[in-house]
Design a protein around this ligand. Structure first.
Ligand code: HEC
Length: 121
């Protein structure tokens, strides 16, 4: 009896944990953010714009940063789906932008980085 109950509980829990993988992990995202640190932080503009509060922000609008015309005029807002496409392939998402990063091929890594960015608001 006990093992039947346990089996039923596991049957419910396993798909839930598989689903949870789709949601980004901020701790893993902090590690995956390492290559971004060459150009970005959450305190001030550097080679790239300050990313504090970037999730939900309109693209190309952080005060004092000299954006490319391409990004400034992109009309994008950095919601999760848009950020995902950007971090997958910045060049194809906004042709002519000046962020020199080839993109992550791993979607899980991208979701993790976005989860981390959300903690920096
Ligand atoms: C070699 C430097 C460099 C690296 C590495 C880099 N970026 Fe950038 N990033 C930039 C620059 C420069 C811009 C501004 C692009 C423009 O104006 O066209 C930018 C813009 C952005 C923007 C848009 C911000 C806004 O205010 O509209 C986001 C989001 C972003 N980067 C995230 C990341 C993340 C996350 C990583 C790591 C996966 C990363 N970047 C890696 C240089 C870099």
């Amino acid at each position: 009896m006990r093992s039947i109950v346990l089996g039923a509980v596991l049957a419910v829990l396993i798909p839930l944990s598989a689903q949870a993988q789709e949601v980004g992990d901020a701790a893993a995202g902090e590690k995956a953010f390492a290559p971004c640190k060459a150009c970005h932080n959450f305190q001030k503009n550097g080679v790239g714009p300050d990313l504090k509060g970037v999730v939900g922000r309109k693209a190309g609008t952080y005060a004092g940063y000299n954006y490319s015309a391409a990004l400034k005029n992109s009309g994008l807002t950095w919601d999760e789906a848009t950020l995902h496409e950007w971090l997958k392939n910045p060049k194809s998402k906004v042709p002519g932008n000046k962020m020199i990063f080839q993109g992550f091929s791993d979607d899980k890594k991208i979701s993790d980085v976005i989860a981390y960015l959300k903690t920096q608001s």
